[in-house]
Every structure is written in structure tokens, then in C-alpha cells.
Design a protein around this ligand. Structure first.
Ligand SMILES: C[S@@+](CC[C@H](N)C(=O)[O-])C[C@H]1O[C@@H](n2cnc3c(N)ncnc32)[C@H](O)[C@@H]1O
Length: 243
């Protein structure tokens, strides 16, 4: 089921339980809240990443808390974070990945496993606030770096933080990857088959697709970088090898 459908379904189910319990069964709001939150937390355990588990678990209690249904918290503050989220995060970008930056030093050792000549072209597809670009520059100080970002505010923030790179507001799926020597991704598990297909079509022989954390199940990685924090960077060199 594509994200964020699981979260929306769980929040909807938790709200239904809460309404049925308080309105029809006349239960106390505290018991109803515990029941509904218990349901949300139980389903959240099935979330694929820690970020998703948190969102699934917290969506219902948070929305209840600010909805005004219990207590006298007015409903309007609920709209502010939603509005902020919508500006920062155009709906199209939700399908690919939430804003989660590449941690500092996460790519340490990448240039040793995937060496590239000075002037090589590197692309951070979905560059967010620029943390991925900053880490790529640490590894490849003489490369030409480009970042593509769908969200306008993030694109501007990234251009400001990563002044050494060319940063554009663009859809990474519509962009041409054919002149890249390395495409870096930190997206979400469901985006990886699409990214692999695009990379297989467009990357020249010898170019790399590097993905932090999320692998492509159908492909055999050429190399794997083990990060200090226990994550992996999956490295695929074109032409890709199937499992
Ligand atoms: C997990 S963040 C990673 C940010 C950055 N690459 C890093 O590692 O620090 C993913 C980013 O991809 C962006 N994104 C998602 N779909 C996109 C698309 N189709 N085109 C461009 N950017 C996209 C999101 O807005 C988000 O900022």
C-alpha cells in the first residue's frame, strides 16, 4: 500500500473507534482514547521505518489533542502545522520521501569504494536541505555537484547551504540522469525499483547509483558501504546485475 495510505487508514480507524466508544457506547473519553491509541500503536509496529512508525502512532492522539474534542484546545492550531507541512512538502514529494537528511559523516569512505575523477558529475536526486550534497562534497571535493528538489522552500534553503552546488527545483523522475557519473538517493523503499529502472535506462556504463539505507531487492549491489551508525550505502554500477 503506497505511503501515506497506511497512516491515513490507521488514523481513520482510531478516530472511528474513539467516536463509536464515546458516542454510541457512552464510554468515558479516557477509556476510548486508550482503546483508540492502543489500536494506532499496535498497527504502527508494522511501519517500515522508525519515522513512519512514529507518524502512524502519533497521528491520532495528536490530532485528537488539538481538535478540541477533548479539553478546550481550539481546533485552529491544528491547521498551522498542516499548512506548514503542505508548503514544505508538496503532495507529490510525499510519495517519494519525507524530509530526512543524510547524517553527517554517513558517506565516509564512499569515494574509496566508488572512485571518480575530478570534474565528475554527481546528482543528489531529492536534495532536501542539502545535507546529502554536503556529505558528497566531503567525499568528492573536486566533483561537479547538482541537487534537484521538488519543494520550493527546501530548494532555496539547500541552494543557500550548499553554495558549491547547482541546485534546481525539479522533479527528479523527469530529469535526465544520463550525464551523471553518480546519482545519490536517500528516498524510501518503494521508490527504489522506479529509481533502478530509470538508472538502468539512463546511466552510462560505469556510472553509479548510490542509495543510503534502501536497497533495490531485484539487483545485486556492486559494493556496500557500511556506515559507522550501522546503516548501509548500497552501490550499483551500470550496467546493473540482477540477483
Ligand atoms: C529523505 S530526503 C533526503 C534529502 C537529501 N538527499 C539528503 O540526503 O540529505 C528526500 C527529499 O526528496 C525530495 N523529493 C521527493 N520526491 C521528489 C521528486 N519527485 N523530485 C525531487 N525531489 C523529491 C523530498 O522533498 C525530500 O526533500
Amino acid at each position: 500500500m503506497p505511503w501515506p495510505m497506511p497512516a491515513l487508514l490507521v488514523w481513520g480507524a482510531a478516530w472511528s473507534v474513539f467516536i463509536v466508544a464515546t458516542r454510541w457506547l457512552q464510554m468515558s473519553p479516557v477509556i476510548a482514547l486508550l482503546l483508540a491509541a492502543g489500536l494506532a500503536i499496535t498497527f504502527s509496529l508494522r511501519g517500515e521505518t522508525r519515522w513512519r512508525r512514529l507518524l502512524i502512532a502519533w497521528g491520532f492522539p495528536l490530532s485528537l489533542g488539538v481538535s478540541g474534542v477533548v479539553g478546550d484546545v481550539p481546533a485552529w492550531p491544528w491547521l498551522l502545522p498542516l499548512l506548514l507541512l503542505a508548503v514544505l512538502y508538496p503532495v507529490q514529494a510525499w510519495r517519494d520521501a519525507p524530509l530526512f537528511p543524510t547524517p553527517a559523516q554517513a558517506l565516509k569512505g564512499l569515494a574509496r569504494l566508488a572512485p571518480l575523477p575530478a570534474g565528475a558529475r554527481l546528482l543528489d536526486a531529492g536534495c532536501g536541505l542539502g545535507d546529502g550534497l554536503i556529505e558528497l562534497r566531503r567525499e568528492y571535493p573536486h566533483a561537479q555537484l547538482t541537487g534537484l528538489e521538488w519543494s520550493w522552500p527546501l530548494r532555496f534553503a539547500c541552494a543557500w547551504r550548499a553554495r558549491f552546488a547547482t541546485v534546481r527545483r525539479a522533479d527528479m523522475w523527469a530529469a535526465d540522469w544520463s550525464d551523471c557519473d553518480l546519482v545519490y538517493l536517500f528516498q524510501r523503499p518503494e521508490s527504489m525499483p522506479r529509481a533502478a529502472q530509470k538508472a538502468a535506462r539512463e546511466l552510462k556504463a560505469g556510472a553509479w547509483m548510490a542509495s543510503l539505507e534502501f536497497r533495490v531487492p531485484e539487483l545485486r549491489p556492486t559494493k556496500v558501504l557500511n556506515c559507522d551508525d550501522g546503516r548501509q550505502v548500497w552501490l550499483y554500477r551500470a550496467p546493473f546485475a540482477k540477483r
